[in-house]
Design a binder for this molecule. Structure first.
Ligand code: ATP
Ligand code: MG
Length: 194
């Protein structure tokens, strides 16, 4: 079986709350290998390239807001001037660009077997109030779509984690140059994968 690569970003809310070390530890202790790590201010060009600009992604993101409006009996046309999921998804992306530049971020490339499934599992649901206890988002954040959209900002959910094998490869290559990535074997692999 081949190892997979994934990108984790410790977002500005977690960095500013002093959670960088605690969150990094969760990825280390599950057994993944850190193959790249850097602390820097994100530039808007990279954030724009990082989050997809496809209608499929805008629609997925916009639907979170529309579902929440429907559940709360709020008319999205009053709040967002539209009830089109794609248009709302585009607004969320523009908020993300500002959010990512609020402070430095900790950018981490990790590698391991079933890496994508593992990182998504330990990250928890995108919406912190729905993230299970024991997950990073469940343990370290309690934001909701209501609070976020009321303030016209993205959910502050502590981390980004790649969500497909292809995105993992693409995102690692976007944020790291080849000479910033390392290849080595963790000592515990001998015990875990005899
Ligand atoms: P990430 O890509 O950051 O790991 P994710 O894959 O769990 O998160 P995506 O659907 O890719 O979720 O959304 C990207 C980010 O945009 C979310 O982590 C969250 O910060 C923000 N976001 C998504 N949908 C909404 C929404 N409807 N309202 C506010 N913020 C949102
Ligand atoms: Mg995502």
């Amino acid at each position: 079986m081949k190892k997979q690569k994934a990108l984790i970003i410790i977002k500005p809310d977690a960095v500013q709350r002093g959670l960088s070390g605690t969150i990094t530890k969760r990825f280390e202790q599950v057994g993944l290998t850190i193959i790249g790590l850097k602390f820097q201010k994100a530039d808007s060009k990279t954030v724009i390239a990082h989050y997809p600009s496809t209608d499929v992604w805008f629609e997925k993101v916009g639907k979170r807001t529309l579902n929440n409006c429907a559940a709360k009996g709020v008319d999205p046309k009053i709040v967002f001037k539209t009830d089109d999921a794609v248009a709302i998804g585009k607004q969320v992306k523009s908020w993300l660009i500002t959010y990512f530049q609020e402070s430095p971020v900790l950018i981490m490339a990790v590698e391991g077997y079933e890496c994508i499934e593992i990182i998504r599992k330990i990250s928890g649901n995108t919406i912190p109030v729905l993230a299970a206890p024991g997950t990073i988002r469940g343990d370290f954040s309690h934001d909701s779509i209501d609070l976020a959209n009321e303030a016209m900002r993205p959910l502050r959910n502590t981390i980004h984690a790649s969500d497909t094998i292809e995105d993992g490869e693409k995102e690692v290559a976007l944020w790291f140059t080849p000479d910033e990535l390392f290849s080595y074997v963790r000592a515990d692999e001998k015990i875990m994968f005899p």
